[in-house]
Ligand binder design. Sequence first.
Ligand code: SAH
Length: 342
Amino acid sequence: MKKIDDLSFEELERALVELGEPKFKAKQIFDWIHNKTVEDFEGMSNISKKTKEELSKVFEFTLGSIELKLESELDETKKYVIKFEDGNVVESVFLKYKFGNTACISSEVGCKMGCLFCASTKNGFLRSLTTAEMLKQIYLIQNDTKEKISNVVIMGSGEPLNNYDNVIKFLKLINDERGQNISMRKITLSTCGIVPRIYSLADEDIPITLAISLHAATQEKREEILPIAKKYKLDEILKACDYYVEKTGRRLTFEYIMISSFNDSPEDAEMLSKILKNKLANVNLIPCNYVKEANIKPSENLDIERFKRLLYDKGINATVRRELGSDINAACGQLRNNYLKI
Ligand code: SAH
């Protein structure tokens, strides 16, 4: 059966017309699904019994629940393990920043990218998430925290550009003014650099922030930690990034995980500043979290600060990602792995 919460507003209107129902009901039903976040037709108190019966013959709801919640004692970060109908679990995070409440969501169950430092990929890829399953992560977090989410980062498990169509539909639905109405400018999508899809994204005309998981400043070093780097070369990614800025006018984020004695030397900073020169970009330096399967060591704080200063001296904006919820398995994919005992 089709899922009603996967439908765009226009698709919902069309579905109603096909069932012989008036189109205007779409507004009320959309409101029940995406604002009041009901999980069945019963709860839609201002919709007639007949309409609900007609709808329930063709549609059902995407079900998901919070299986586990960890609350940081250091800050207001909350991590969730969310379980879907087929038993698959993903993790999602609630982060409170001065600028707003942020949900970090997953786009796939597991991941096939195989990045050396990342826990999400250690158990491989299981399946893509549907549009509604991405929305669900936000709705469940909002209902649990009783806080409105204002910012979304697609930076949890999975490679969002490998689940392109569902992710684009998710972006349009979460942005819909008849639903959560989250501004595209407050959404960030992080990718390890799927070049053809960066071009497609630039052409979508949706002004989200694109974050590139760069992590190293040369082709050779990228290949050592990101297997996908062999397929999509660094210079191709940078060219695609230029196109993205040209089309959207949006500032890019380059994520750079700081790994001790691998990519944190003054020479590395020099290389990075060279490839990012004259780009409308901000570098996000990420203190690497330990992942037990990966034999990598986080950089020392002093080395991170030195790196940041060197970039700054070359005119490159850089910020160090504040570690939130470090007491609750904050590194990507770790909570899910611990939950699954893998
Ligand atoms: N596939 C996408 C999105 C998921 S990973 C991508 O590659 O961008 C997104 C981010 O998770 C990475 O850029 C990195 O910032 C973070 N991450 C993954 N493993 C980490 C670790 N061990 N320590 C700190 N951050 C990590």
